[in-house]
Design a protein around this ligand. Structure first.
Ligand SMILES: N[C@@H](CCC(=O)N[C@@H](CS)C(=O)NCC(=O)O)C(=O)O
Length: 228
């Protein structure tokens, strides 16, 4: 645990990759400021805060992606963390005794294993192909190959969901029989799957993640807001 927690500012887009970070901040009761971003038709994010421009956001994170977590935003010594696994790791490290990164060396390795798999499969490729195909092939080519790219995304996602389903035991949790960051990640993934019109009932064990995360009291407010 760090001695003093810096002020944390999370740039967030609803139901996006920043959602697990918001869930974790809420779950661990870590004070933070939320800056929501809005998307243009090309998927470029701009902060909703009228005092901030897209250029301000790009100055923090030249990739223009969420999650973007600023530490001591606007203060001397400001730092920025990007990439979901790094953001989750940092937030988890701010509090001790919760086991969110795993309780044993094996669990910690399993959490890292899940984070790498989810990042490579769902975030960087599968759902990007489905929701933001222009990021992959450019506007000019988009119409011609749109459906085939989406089909490829669905293939990756369905194979990934089948794999995740096969890794679950009956506890309803991904690692160690208790809630870890992996459950927050998979809750978010299930939300994306539903948005992509995939029937989550086809993955009954994975579907239990939804129930398990829903009953974590501290995340109820966040979930109610995301669903509104
Ligand atoms: N590798 C990044 C991927 C994050 C990502 O793809 N975020 C999406 C939202 S789900 C995004 O910011 N898209 C906007 C863009 O790529 O311009 C991570 O792990 O944080």
């Amino acid at each position: 645990m760090v001695d003093t927690i810096p002020s944390l500012t999370l740039f967030h887009h609803r139901l996006s990759s920043s959602l697990p970070a918001l869930l974790l901040l809420t779950h661990l009761n870590i004070p933070h400021t939320l800056i929501s971003v809005t998307s243009d038709p090309f998927g470029h994010y701009t902060p909703l805060d009228p005092t901030l421009s897209r250029e301000d956001f790009l100055a923090l994170n030249p990739l223009g992606q969420v999650p973007t977590l600023a530490l001591d935003y606007g203060l001397p010594g400001q730092a920025v963390i990007t990439q979901l696994p790094a953001v989750l790791h940092y937030i988890s490290s701010l509090r001790t005794g919760h086991g969110m990164l795993g309780r044993s060396p094996l669990e910690q390795a399993q959490v890292q294993e899940w984070m790498s798999y989810i990042s490579a499969t769902f975030t960087t490729t599968g759902f990007t192909y489905i929701f933001r195909p222009a990021r992959i092939i450019g506007e000019a080519q988009l119409e011609r190959v749109l459906q085939s790219v989406r089909d490829g995304g669905y293939e990756i996602v369905i194979a990934g969901l089948n794999y995740a389903e096969s890794r679950f035991d009956d506890s309803g949790f991904a690692v160690g029989g208790h809630v870890t960051v992996v459950d927050f990640l998979l809750w978010t993934v299930c939300g994306w799957a539903t948005k992509a019109r995939l029937d989550i009932d086809r993955f009954p064990k994975l579907g239990r993640v939804l129930e398990k995360v829903d009953v974590v009291e501290s995340v109820r407010v966040v979930l109610a807001d995301e669903r509104a």
